[in-house]
Design a binder for this molecule. Structure first.
Ligand code: AMP
Ligand code: MN
Ligand code: MN
Ligand code: MN
Length: 277
């Protein structure tokens, strides 16, 4: 059976590994099929393919992206899989999202400045280099300035909704992301549904709306997850006629989150890859 990991990040967004390091690590960990899904960019896909060829790895790369969207007061992530990287509608949407990321980064910097943290915008941009600037870059800068002991603590105190450095999002809506992914010949996947800190009532409303808008699949299996959650999400997917996906959401090496680790679907779940040819 092939090992699929359909969600991970490189340093084209907020991952710390280069695409060369990422694909070689995936092959080492026994992954057969890897989707690179950086935040709001597909710029890493071609270099990742080149790295696989250069290292002669036995690894199949799926062109992917993770698009940030706005739904009520939540930021919902939609993963696109098997997207054409030259598709005009998707390219245009990602350009808009990237513009929004840049504008938001300036505002985050201004807010953190008022809270007494100097030059966080400049430092986050420097850290991101050519990549998409994310809150994770600001978190690393704040860590270096001693704002909190852990990454989680930084988000909790400064960067998550309702905190000093949080700027309400202006991301596109879910339908726009789903349409752009479909126009690029891809499948849209509702990312990490259990991580939005919403009640089950809201989660059902979200999954229902995603499916109604033409979403194809939802992530059911993640690396770090209670078995009952996996069962629950599998059932929710079936109830709404959605295919199932799985991914580590790997950003950097950690003892408990690893490429390809602990990824399998509950029985009676149809993998999103079963429709691929
Ligand atoms: P952004 O897309 O710029 O809003 O940044 C969101 C990214 O920050 C996510 O993709 C995660 O990688 C990271 N992140 C968000 N919340 C947390 C958290 N509580 N702890 C650690 N990382 C987080
Ligand atoms: Mn991230
Ligand atoms: Mn995400
Ligand atoms: Mn992700």
């Amino acid at each position: 059976m092939l090992k699929y990991d359909l969600h991970c990040h490189s340093n084209f967004s907020d991952g710390t590994l280069s695409v060369d390091e990422l694909v070689s690590r995936a092959a080492d960990k026994g992954v057969d099929v890897l989707a690179l899904t950086d935040h709001d960019t597909i710029a890493g896909i071609a270099p990742a393919r080149a790295a696989i060829a250069a290292q002669a790895l036995d690894l199949e790369l799926v062109a992917g992206v993770e698009i940030s969207t706005r739904w009520h007061s939540f930021e919902i992530h939609i993963v696109g899989l098997q997207v054409e990287t030259q598709a005009p509608e998707l390219t245009a949407l990602l350009a808009e999202q990237q513009q929004k990321r840049s504008e938001r980064a300036v505002k985050i910097g201004e807010r953190l400045q008022k809270a007494g943290f100097e030059n966080t915008y400049e430092q986050a941009c420097e850290l991101a280099a050519e990549a998409q600037v994310t809150r994770a870059h600001f978190a690393r800068v704040l860590m270096a300035q001693g704002a909190a002991k852990t990454f989680q603590g930084i988000f909790k105190k400064y960067l998550s909704r309702g905190n000093t450095g949080y700027v309400p999002s202006t991301w596109c809506d879910m339908h726009t992301a789903i349409k752009a992914i479909a126009a690029a010949g891809g499948q849209s996947v509702l990312a990490h549904p259990a991580r939005y800190k919403m009640s089950n009532k809201w989660l059902r409303k979200l999954v229902n709306e995603f499916a109604t808008l033409g979403g194809d699949a939802m992530e059911v299996a993640q690396t770090q997850q209670a078995p009952c959650e996996r069962q629950f999400l599998g059932q929710l997917a079936r109830e709404h006629g959605l295919l199932c996906s799985q991914g580590s959401d790997f950003h950097f090496p950690l003892p408990y989150i690893e490429l390809g680790k602990n990824l399998y679907l509950p029985k009676d779940c149809e993998g999103v890859w079963q429709r691929w040819q």
